[in-house]
Design a protein around this ligand. Structure first.
Ligand SMILES: [Zn+2]
Length: 283
């Protein structure tokens, strides 16, 4: 596998789901071996944060990365998933605020812009992270694991039955599937009975039906335009997992299994994997 970057810069503006504040994101081509780096252009010094699981400082509602000076960027998972989905290994993501804009709640806008500028193959080989032994984290009701496989395959099941939503397990084979059409358009979702709590705690200030699928107590989508997929929520969970796993810094060769897993478990899983040297090799 060859390293890749984007052919020319991309610029996108939007509001943050949690802060409600506007920010602009510029995704820039980057040299070989750089990896994915976030840069806070509104901060003067020590403003870069590498897209690395070890830099994850918060996993409630979204994934936040922070550097040693405490400079942070939130909501990194949807742009990270878009880059990983296209197997882009080098890019600089500038943002002039603390949060990557939510846009339509999915990775679709990032995917559209990346597709329009194009992807460039660089000359060096991209390193792969091969899983050698099973690593599992969590408990009976909520867990995630990585195990050996010949390619990246992700299996997920979620239970939203208490919220009136029926979900069936969903799998995505990274080498056979189409990230652009099957995963990227799936939007962030929430439940109407959680809205009051979020508002009271000054969370999700920028969330609206423009960027979030909201389900009522009967499990019906309240958005005028309905759902993009019958199983849009679990597809969005898959998108988040891809974004979270991208923080491993490498293309993973292995199988991911998750039951009700989210950002917190995914980050704990990468910590568990990398603290167990016999469980993986980088080749
Ligand atoms: Zn998400």
């Amino acid at each position: 596998m060859i390293q890749k970057t984007i052919a020319s810069p991309i610029s996108i503006e939007g509001i943050g789901a949690h802060s409600g504040r506007k920010s602009r994101v510029n995704i820039l081509p980057a040299p070989e071996d750089q990896g994915i780096i976030f840069v806070r252009t509104d901060v003067g010094e020590d403003n870069s944060i590498s897209s690395d699981f070890a830099n994850v400082s918060e996993t409630t509602l979204c994934t936040r990365l922070s550097n040693k000076s405490g400079v942070s960027v939130s909501m990194v998972e949807h742009v990270s998933a878009a880059l990983y989905g296209f197997q882009i290994s080098n890019a600089t993501i500038e943002v002039d605020g603390e949060e990557i804009p939510i846009l339509d709640g999915s990775s679709a806008v990032f995917v559209k812009e990346i597709t329009s500028v194009g992807i460039v193959a660089q000359s060096k080989k991209r390193k792969c992270l091969r899983i050698l032994k099973n690593v599992k984290i969590g408990d009976e009701g909520r867990w995630s694991s990585l195990s050996p496989a010949d390619r990246l395959v992700l299996n997920l099941s979620c239970d939203f039955s208490k919220k009136g939503l029926k979900t069936t397990p969903f799998s995505y084979d990274f080498s056979k599937g189409n990230f652009e059409t099957e995963i990227a358009p799936a939007r962030t979702f929430g439940f109407f009975d959680d809205v009051e709590y979020l508002r009271k705690n000054k969370l999700a200030l920028g969330s609206s039906l423009e960027n979030t699928v909201v389900f009522d107590a009967k499990g019906n989508a309240m958005n005028d335009d309905g759902l993009r997929f019958d199983n849009e929520p679990i597809r969005h969970k898959m998108l988040d997992i891809i974004g979270d796993l991208s923080l491993s810094g490498h293309m993973i060769i292995g199988q991911y299994d998750g039951v009700c897993s989210g950002h917190t478990l995914n980050n704990m899983l990468l910590h568990a994997l990398f603290s167990s040297p016999q469980s993986y090799t980088i080749e």
